[in-house]
Design a protein around this ligand. Sequence first.
Ligand code: NAI
Ligand code: MG
Length: 366
Amino acid sequence: MTLNIVVLPGDGIGPEVTDEAVRVLDWFAAKRGIPLRMTRHLFGSAAWAAQGTTMPDATWDAIMAADALLFGATGSLDQKHIPAEERRKGSLLRMRKALDVFANLRPVKAQPALAEVSPYKARTVAGADLVFVRELTAGMYFGTPRGVETQPDGTRRGVNTHTYTEAEIARAARFAFGLARTRRNHLTSVDKANVMEAGALWREVVTAIHAKEFPDVTLEHMLADNCALQLGRAPTRFDVIVTDNLFGDLLSDCAGAINGSLGMLPSAALSDPGPDGKRRALYEPIHGSAPDIAGKGIANPLGAILSAAMLLRWTAEAPAEADRLEKAVATALASGARTADIALPGEKVLSTSAMTDVVLSALEAS
Ligand code: NAI
Ligand code: MG
């Protein structure tokens, strides 16, 4: 059965990097027989400009019917004129919620080719190999009440609510423990149990699931602020990190520093398997629309390309092909291929598509 992949390029560098990921997936369809069909759809500010809505019905229907989404990035400076209701309609948060993709996997793996070149020009931390499981469909970004309200004295107050149910914590924890079993069997659960109610409940639920269902996995608890420090100081100590939506957002960007560039970090957002045994899935690089470099053809496409590798692993269920692609990326970097964000002074700088060309050559040679 051909897998129906809906491509949502979005704003800024989103279209630039998703085009490259699609080129790579086309190679796997043509050369490795992976049954993939990619179709592009408009949403967000591009759809607003073309059709006066941020989420055309055809796009929403395609999203709901897709085997997986390949997403670029959303967010542009000229969104202010789009009515708030329309912005919500076309938002990434709405898609994540509707697809129930609660488990957000964000692997961070140091590329040996980008190892430290001197104590002052460290680009990656050698040996770092960790993965975040960020809870993605609850917590601070979804909790109610939320909004800006006017108080009796006429001044305004912004409100967000940090809320987690036991069930929401439990399914993220189970996913993370299961993933740890396939890796180095070590889970760090990150919260602010000392000051946040939902954080205290988070710790309680994770501890109980560990004792009952995953006693073979080593579990440690860590406060989120300490985790930020440890990611900078000793990232090689981590294997799997499970945390809530807000902390996962912040800490995985911190991890971008371990890896050399935000532009190289992929992600997958997955649901539990449905009645048909299939997970819903949304793949995207973790970076945003990068308006500062958009339109110049200089964005690093490797975050999007490594997200395509995650698609091969989880949706196409072709782990050997995912490994092949990850190796090709490492080979490209080892051969000296560099986009501007990872080049040192004096190194030759490749464009977005030239970087992909090097990855495709490595695939051809694999
Ligand atoms: P950003 O991730 O777009 O950019 C941060 C920095 O990293 C910039 O200096 C950018 O040039 C650089 N960068 C990002 N991706 C790169 C790549 N592939 N190659 C080379 N350099 C890269 O974050 P920022 O600037 O905070 O946000 C810009 C817009 O993106 C905002 O509208 C924000 O809301 C949106 N955003 C969207 C996300 C998504 O679609 N999932 C995630 C994060 C931000
Ligand atoms: Mg972020």
